[in-house]
Design a protein around this ligand. Structure first.
Ligand SMILES: Cc1cc2nc3c(=O)[nH]c(=O)nc-3n(C[C@H](O)[C@H](O)[C@H](O)COP(=O)(O)OP(=O)(O)OC[C@H]3O[C@@H](n4cnc5c(N)ncnc54)[C@H](O)[C@@H]3O)c2cc1C
Length: 410
């Protein structure tokens, strides 16, 4: 979709509701509630940002800093896509995209790359799925989805081995096919939050709980008190509220490897290759962005992970899997070395939905998390929704139901 058309549609509220301007709204409340947000990943920074914009006095704590390398939001890149089985996530992704773009403008930093997204499949049945996703996006005013045949894929991206690919969905940028610079995104939101009067502190925040009620936060030698507390601690949540959340959240590691591109070759670099995936292959990834290498993400077998203490070392089996995969799918990368690696973690709830809810025993305390494998992009809309709930503003009840802490456990 042409940018002018997109701006026109978003302004009319067709692509998500129009978003508020960035000027502080101190006059909205007759009092400034004091709120401590613990965790400066995508959910925490955006919650703090919105609360601050809405007139609250906010302190944001992070044990290691916004977008740090232990955080789930700490990687180089994250995909933004808008199609989803659930319309709530479609709306949230579109709204979030608009916020990320707006933040780019306000901060003067580049955070969104129009990489495009290529979802390939070896199975003909995928074509039906792709066509239905195309219709879903078009119903939201997003008209840049193509369903491709093998010949078109081979012609447009000859660097991909596609003899066994029968169809693909291609999204040409915008909310359904762009790449967010993840760590940088968290840092920029935090910086804008501080510019707008928020306080960011590097400290580990431990809840002080009496009879189930959170009465304050212990941060080093200090004891902090506020009217509301928000725990946006990603994979740390089960460790912070073990009795409640250990049975309801699963934290799993995911290995990320960067393969060097051959000398003098830019066919695997942005903008010459989109974000890519091969349906049911267990692999997806990104082009070489900012010289970091060609990124390959591997879906693991089941495992469990402690984000504070577990080693972030990739084993030789995963290195071999990556080499074998790129040799077959991206032959010109065969024999290129792994130039960097990361270990990240995903936090899954019992039904796969995010959680935004009050602690059952403590009305003044909110939990925001369970971002699973697709939470990053939604930070702006989830942060806005969380801020509104805390401050008692009207929100969509469909969101409330979806993000409720469920009774069931694993
Ligand atoms: C390999 C991988 C690929 C992914 N790909 C995508 C993708 O393409 N698109 C997408 O949208 N999503 C993707 N995701 C999912 C996404 O990254 C996560 O859902 C999201 O980052 C979760 O953010 P969060 O704010 O909940 O948690 P985090 O980012 O982990 O933030 C939690 C923060 O809390 C802090 N903290 C924890 N405990 C304390 C404490 N006691 N005191 C102070 N601070 C504390 C931590 O330091 C951390 O900064 C991917 C995830 C992984 C691992």
């Amino acid at each position: 979709m042409k940018r002018r058309k997109f701006v026109q549609l978003s302004g009319m509220g067709i692509i998500g509701a129009p978003i508020a301007d960035f000027s502080p709204k101190w006059s909205r409340f007759t009092f400034s509630p004091e709120i401590i947000v613990i965790g400066a990943g995508t959910f925490g920074v955006w919650t703090a940002y919105h609360l601050n914009q809405m007139g609250a006095k906010v302190t944001l704590l992070d044990a290691y800093g916004p977008g740090n390398s232990r955080a789930s939001s700490g990687g180089e890149t994250r995909l933004i896509q808008a199609d989803n089985d659930n319309q709530v996530y479609v709306q949230s992704a579109i709204r979030s995209y608009n916020w990320w773009k707006k933040l780019e403008k306000v901060s003067g930093e580049r955070l969104v790359l129009s990489t495009g997204r290529l979802a390939m499949s070896q199975q003909e049945i995928y074509r039906q799925h792709a066509l239905s996703r195309k219709r879903q996006l078009e119903s939201q005013g997003i008209n840049n989805t193509e369903v491709l045949n093998q010949d078109e894929i081979r012609y447009r991206w000859p660097q991909i081995y596609s003899d066994d690919i029968v169809t693909a969905m291609y999204n040409g940028g915008g909310p359904s096919g762009s790449t967010l610079l993840a760590r940088k995104g968290c840092q920029v939101v935090a910086r804008e939050f501080e510019k707008n009067g928020g306080t960011l502190t590097i400290a580990q925040g431990i809840p002080v709980v009496k009879n189930g009620k959170v009465e304050g936060i212990r941060a080093g030698n200090e004891s902090l008190k506020a009217q509301f507390y928000v725990f946006a601690c990603g994979p740390w949540l089960p460790k912070i509220f073990p009795e409640l959340l250990m049975p309801k959240l699963k934290v799993e590691r995911r290995d990320v490897l960067f393969v060097g591109t051959p000398p003098g070759n830019n066919e695997f670099s942005y903008p010459n290759l989109p974000e890519w995936s091969v349906y049911k292959s267990g692999f997806y990834g990104f082009p070489n962005i900012e010289g970091r290498g060609f990124k390959v993400v591997i879906y693991p077998d089941y495992n469990s992970f402690d984000p504070d203490t577990d080693e972030r070392i990739i084993n030789s089996y995963q290195v071999k899997r990556t080499h074998d995969f790129v040799k077959q799918r991206f032959p010109a990368l065969s024999g290129q070395p792994i130039t960097e690696s990361r270990v990240c973690q995903v936090t899954n709830s019992i039904d796969g939905n995010f959680i935004v809810d009050q602690l059952p025993s403590s009305e003044n305390t909110w939990i925001v998390g369970a971002g699973s494998g697709h939470g990053f992009k939604h930070g702006p809309a989830i942060g806005e929704y969380t801020a509104k709930r805390i401050l008692g503003e009207q929100v969509d009840q469909e969101f409330d139901q979806l993000f409720k802490l469920k009774e069931k456990a694993f």
